[in-house]
Design a protein around this ligand. Structure first.
Ligand code: PLP
Length: 369
């Protein structure tokens, strides 16, 4: 068969000196800033750098995968019906108000691809989660920034309300915000929704379980509201890439049109479905992190290090001129934290894990301080 196919093309018909022109990427890609999170060499270290769950995937999810995953499951393209059914029930929405996504990252991209034309305005707070700017720039949107309040890094509500205008097509908010840890209450978000009448407003609730603040029930009242949740943080399955985007059914129908039909892999959809079944795992981890955060605050105060009180499972602290040096010295001792001094002078972000992990971090930090 192969020989037959090959015989159709005589060897001398193959052009040997084709002159290829260098390819020109889209202008939006040329303009983009590259984004390379420091995600290599993290195995076997104390990973307090990506705000993940620091105790690993829930045992019931691992157990499920080991016991029930079949050869047939892996050979088939994904089916989402059961996951959509179970997850919508868990989150208290209808199945057509939820889109399963390949992490929040895909949810952000879907929202922008669905609602923002080239050169239209996307409003982003600064500093915030890097992928907002990434996908807005990739789409060729015009990105405008608004800074968190200097000093306190509080949410700049009045300033944001002033900046939203009829040309704003999307407003992307992390609540609580990464990396500041600061947040905004439900009534503040309602004011934003009432003002941003021509925009899709994303409230990214990646750290909701730690703050307890959610606007998910408001999707019925505001047709411009989109809420995202992730399985990468408290649910401990970042490697699988799974998140949810919520909005009114009509919006979700448009968003789903813009999505590849199999972008969430079967293992991720299956694991998300199992992950939400054990509320106890989530509650216990939240309690542990909240206790560890208190320990961290006390430890930082003892060392006279200033920090921003956080509603999430990470805390920004002030390392002054030594931010990068401290990050590197901690890494050499097996503890990973994230330098943020490139966007907030002197700041380092540490993920709050268990009390034992935070005690180890404090012990190492004390020796370097
Ligand atoms: C605010 C925020 N949203 C989303 C994510 C990533 O979510 P996912 O892993 O679901 O793409 C992060 C991760 O750091 C984050 O900080």
């Amino acid at each position: 068969m192969h020989a037959l196919w090959r015989s159709v093309l005589p060897a001398d018909s193959i052009e040997t000196e084709v002159k290829l022109q260098p390819l020109t990427p889209r202008a939006a890609v040329l303009r983009m800033d590259p984004y390379h999170p420091p995600s290599g060499g993290r195995r076997n270290k104390l990973r307090l750098d990506f705000n993940e769950n620091t105790i690993g995937a829930p045992p019931h999810v691992l157990d499920f995968i080991r016991r029930y995953l079949t050869a047939s499951d892996l050979s088939m393209y994904p089916e989402y019906d059961h996951a959509l059914e179970d997850l919508s029930e868990h989150f208290g929405v209808n199945p057509d108000e939820l889109t399963l996504a390949n992490g929040t990252d895909e949810a952000i991209q879907l929202l922008i691809n669905t609602y923002v034309e080239n050169d239209e305005e996307v409003l982003i707070l600064r500093p915030s989660y890097a992928m907002y700017r990434f996908y807005a720039q990739l789409a060729g949107a015009s990105v405008s920034h608004l800074d968190y309040r200097p000093g306190t890094l509080a949410f700049p509500l009045e300033e944001l309300l002033e900046r939203i205008n009829p040309d704003t097509r999307a407003v992307l908010i992390s609540n609580p915000n990464n990396p500041t840890g600061t947040g905004i209450g439900v009534s503040g978000i309602e004011r934003i929704l009432a003002r941003a009448t021509c925009a899709a407003v994303l409230v990214d609730e990646a750290y909701y379980e730690f703050s307890g603040v959610t606007v998910l029930p408001l999707i019925n009242s505001y047709s411009n509201l989109f809420v995202s949740r992730t399985f990468s943080k408290i649910y401990g399955i970042a490697a699988l890439r799974c998140g949810c985007l919520f909005s009114q059914a009509e919006n979700m129908a448009h968003v789903r049109k813009a999505q590849s039909p199999y972008s969430v892999n079967s293992l991720a959809a299956m694991s998300a479905r199992i992950a939400v079944q054990d509320a106890r795992f989530v509650e216990d981890y939240v309690m542990e992190v909240l206790a560890a955060k208190e320990l961290l605050y006390v430890g930082l105060e003892r060392l006279k290090i200033s920090y921003i009180p956080s509603q999430a499972n990470f805390v920004l602290f002030q390392a002054g001129d030594r931010a990068i040096e401290i990050r590197d010295a901690l890494r050499a001792r097996g503890v990973l934290v994230r330098d943020r001094s490139y966007e907030l002078a002197g700041c380092v972000r540490v993920t709050v894990g268990t009390r034992d992990q935070i005690q180890r971090f404090l012990d190492e930090l004390e020796q370097l301080w």
